[in-house]
Design a protein around this ligand. Structure first.
Ligand SMILES: [Zn+2]
Ligand SMILES: [Zn+2]
Length: 355
């Protein structure tokens, strides 16, 4: 394990027990629809013949209809895959949206992505790592479902800058304390990839703008609303304070739920039209949701305690890449207030902490 200059690794250096005692990763399996289930059945049958006894009634029926489509064949050993292309290329199992973008180089398909991921990872200028080799994306045509790249060894990598809006649609669970409210439910996320950073050895060497169409999708969301303001924070410092708290909480999400830092997004606003208060909303960055924010909602006490420790123990003065600066921030880490962030996280810990 080599720790890097990012918030989670810095937290582990100061709290090695958290690294050693996290236990088994908790796997989250979101509900999948018929199309995704068919993909899993086809991929399983491509590995080994799938016996009827291994399938439930619904899966048997899906397997039969896949036979009718020529994807599977029923043999004495069970269902086998008979597609011409590889099963995982035909059914991208990480694609929850049903649409795919083919990433190509010289006419060869390197991999496929759903449109959301393609906007973030296969935009023009993006450096894509595929089978240990780097490719620079030259063109992304979302309508035709294709991105073209060239093979080139480059010493840098890129990070998409994502600006998002979330409209809360419904509440499925909530909890109130004296001055704040936390809740989870469903939301409509609109994401815009507004640009990208080129990074060489942890240093940003350039920032480029992009003009890609926005993408909207429904997802799982969790939010925190501050109903009585935050003591000690002037109105002018509020946007930078809740923005900093959003970044710190996002950075700590992988500590509690099996996910990557980019799998969950956040939006903070001094006034949310749905809640009527300063609010931070977190969303699963997957069309349909992936069970991440429900997991964060359940582990809320640990999440805020870890985020509070992360920021208050960081020796920097105004915020740094090891605490509240985020390489993914769509507003270039502006505004941010480290003292305000600490005040918010402290007040949340006092209200919702486990100690
Ligand atoms: Zn710092
Ligand atoms: Zn941000």
């Amino acid at each position: 394990y080599i720790p890097y200059e990012n918030p989670l690794d810095r937290y582990f250096i100061r709290h090695p027990a958290a690294f050693l005692s996290t236990g088994k990763e908790r796997l989250i399996i979101p509900k999948i629809d018929r199309r995704q289930r068919a993909g899993h059945i086809a991929c399983a049958a491509a590995e080994l013949p799938l016996r009827e006894a291994e399938l439930n009634e619904e899966e048997k029926e899906i397997a039969s209809s896949l036979c009718g489509e020529g994807v599977l064949a029923e043999t004495s050993r069970g269902f086998i895959y008979r597609g011409l292309e590889r099963a995982h290329q035909r059914f991208a199992l990480d694609d929850l949206s049903g649409q795919t973008i083919k990433i190509t180089c010289d006419g060869t398909v390197l991999e496929t992505m759903d449109p959301l991921r393609a906007r973030r990872e296969a935009h023009p200028g993006a450096v894509l790592l595929h089978n240990g080799e780097t490719y620079v994306i030259e063109r992304l045509d979302l309508e035709k479902g294709i991105a073209e790249g060239r093979r080139e060894d480059v010493p840098y990598h890129t990070h998409a800058l994502v600006s998002s809006e979330v409209k809360i649609l419904s509440t499925s669970e909530f909890c109130e304390s004296e001055s704040s409210l936390r809740a989870r439910g469903r939301g409509m996320v609109t994401e815009r990839v507004v640009g990208y950073k080129t990074i060489d050895a942890d240093r940003t060497i350039s920032v480029s703008d992009l003009d890609l169409p926005p993408h909207s999708y429904e997802s799982d969301v969790m939010w925190i609303s501050f109903r009585c303001g935050i003591p000690g924070i002037a109105n002018a410092d509020l946007p930078g304070s809740i923005h900093g708290a959003e970044h710190a909480l996002l950075a700590m999400a992988p500590l509690l739920v099996l996910c990557d830092a980019g799998d969950v997004g956040g939006v903070s606003s001094p006034f949310d039209p749905k809640t009527g208060y300063p609010t931070i909303v977190f969303y699963d960055a997957f069309s349909g949701g992936a069970g991440i924010t429900p997991g964060l909602y359940r582990s809320f006490s640990l999440l805020i305690e870890a985020a509070h420790a992360l920021v208050s123990e960081c020796p920097c003065r105004d915020g740094c890449p090891a605490c509240i600066l985020s390489p993914r921030c769509g507003s270039q880490n502006r505004p941010l207030s480290k003292p305000g962030t600490i005040l918010i996280l402290k007040s949340l810990t006092e209200e919702w902490g486990s100690r």
